[in-house]
Design a protein around this ligand. Structure first.
Ligand SMILES: Nc1ncnc2c1ncn2[C@@H]1O[C@H](COP(=O)(O)OP(=O)(O)O)[C@@H](O)[C@H]1O
Ligand SMILES: [Mg+2]
Length: 456
């Protein structure tokens, strides 16, 4: 089964391009698109925690550096040239983003085809601020300042069929743009509610957080401050409903305060919304105190109110694929089904795991193991179709085995896949001396065992 979008998204308009000094407008939709025959490519620049450089200065320095660079563009980090003292001092990392869709269709993206859109940001190291209720119960929400250190790299680590993440990003970008430009809701209707639904362990919660992080980076010119509020729906509807009423009120009062500041972009994540539906159903059937229904309704009313604020994006997830009986979910503009990873996604997830175990020296035994770069899915397929030369024999065998492992993992969730290497390692006869090829054999065995334990 592959992940698919239920709503087809239109390509964003082609009008938000560059200003005179060659830096493309920062808040343009983040997709590759043509303008003056150029493809807009996002370049994310993460500042060092110690840097106090002005964003504009860093931005211009990066644009200049890129102009001097006559290479091809593809997703991933690019090194800061050693003669760029200012950048070396202030920048932790520069990454090219969002080229994969273009690459799938055209194979190569050369510097003269590109107009870089530079986003400079600094990660917040504050960590989550947890709201503990007075009686020591579960907290009702967590709050992060975005972009946060905890979510760094999360977006890149989530692997779906080509285009899914881009479509989500574009959807949110269009929604923010419509709001920004004051499009009349009576004439064109849209909202800022996203629902990701699908089986457990497919990365929905992570994708919501990663999306919020990405948007906070991409829109940091317009919204210099971003927060993510993660509402713990379970705790809101835990034992004491009378208490829940107060919690909901307190929570939304807090959100309202954040939203009133117009330079704030606020993401509200309501994870596993089906628990709201369950609470309501229990209330209606009389198995819960009758104020539970009021609490659920209060939450829905508050959500509705939030929708009129331009600077809020509501992210929701549900593990239930069938219809969810929660009023506001019906109004979500985008409902994306997130399914178990496809063969290609499984290959890529396992590739990243294997690469990490080789990097850290857990897997050894092959010559120069730490420096082997495993090819991506497309190159792996291609490689296996070309006649083998002797030098490439080991690498080819690794690719082949990795593909076989990915095939053996059909039906497993992303979460199970990311745990598989650990389980396989624990099953090794000699865990301190294992080469990647042997390891993959053990992974296949472990996958078979895990799959036999999956519910039908
Ligand atoms: N498609 C995927 N690609 C990469 N990793 C994934 C994928 N799906 C799930 N994972 C891994 O599983 C972990 C748990 O996912 P989570 O967001 O809790 O899933 P869900 O909310 O759907 O239950 C993630 O942190 C990630 O490491
Ligand atoms: Mg989840």
């Amino acid at each position: 089964m592959s992940a698919s979008m239920e709503v087809t998204l239109q390509d964003p308009p082609i009008d938000q391009v560059s200003d005179h000094n060659g830096v493309a407008a920062q808040d343009s939709a983040p997709s590759p698109m043509l303008s003056e025959q150029k493809v807009l490519v996002s370049v994310e620049v993460c500042l060092k925690p110690t840097s106090t450089a002005r964003i504009d200065d860093v931005c211009s320095a990066v644009v200049r550096m890129l102009e001097n660079r006559s290479l091809s563009y593809s997703d991933g980090p690019i090194p800061v040239p050693l003669d760029e003292a200012f950048l070396l001092e202030n920048v932790q990392r520069i990454s090219i983003c969002d080229t994969d869709e273009w690459m799938n269709n055209h194979n190569i993206l050369l510097f003269w085809q590109v107009k870089p859109v530079v986003h400079v940001f600094q990660l917040s190291e504050e960590g989550p601020c947890e709201e503990i209720s007075t009686d020591g119960q579960l907290s009702s929400f967590n709050e992060w300042i975005l972009p946060a250190k905890e979510f760094d790299g999360m977006w890149e680590s989530l692997i779906y069929e080509s285009g899914l993440k881009q479509r989500l990003l574009r959807y949110a970008a269009s929604a923010l743009l419509f709001t920004e430009k004051g499009v009349d809701q009576f004439l064109v209707s849209w909202n800022r509610i996203i629902l990701l639904h699908g089986p457990p362990g497919t990365g929905k919660t992570s994708l919501c957080k990663a999306l919020a992080q990405k948007l906070s980076i991409r829109f940091n010119q317009r919204y210099p401050q971003c927060q993510l509020i993660e509402v713990n729906a379970h705790s809101l509807f835990s034992k004491w409903f009378s208490e829940s009423g107060k919690l909901v009120a307190k929570l939304f009062q807090k959100i309202q305060e954040m939203v009133e500041e117009e330079n704030n972009l606020v993401f509200v994540l309501i994870d596993e919304v089906e628990s709201l539906a369950a609470a309501r159903k229990a209330a209606l059937s009389g198995s819960e105190p009758s104020d539970s229904i009021r609490v659920v309704n209060a939450l829905l009313t508050q959500m509705d109110k939030l929708k009129s604020s331009p600077n809020v994006i509501v992210l929701t997830t549900s593990n239930i694929t069938a219809a969810i009986d929660v009023a506001f979910v019906d109004r979500a503009d985008i409902k994306a089904y997130i399914g178990p990873p496809t063969l290609q996604a499984r290959y890529e997830i396992l590739r990243s795991c294997l690469q990490e175990l080789m990097r850290t020296g857990i897997l050894t035994g092959l010559q120069d193991c730490k420096n082997i770069t495993l090819p991506n899915y497309a190159s792996a397929k291609e490689r296996l179709n070309t006649p083998e030369n002797l030098e490439a024999a080991t690498a080819n065998q690794l690719c082949k085995q990795l593909l076989e492992t990915a095939e053996a993992c059909e039906g497993m969730s992303g979460r199970s896949l990311r745990k598989l290497p650990f389980l396989a390692h624990a099953a090794l006869a000699n865990p301190f001396d294992c080469n990647p090829i042997e390891f993959l054999c053990t992974m296949i065995e472990t996958a078979k065992r895990e799959r036999s334990e999956l519910p039908d």
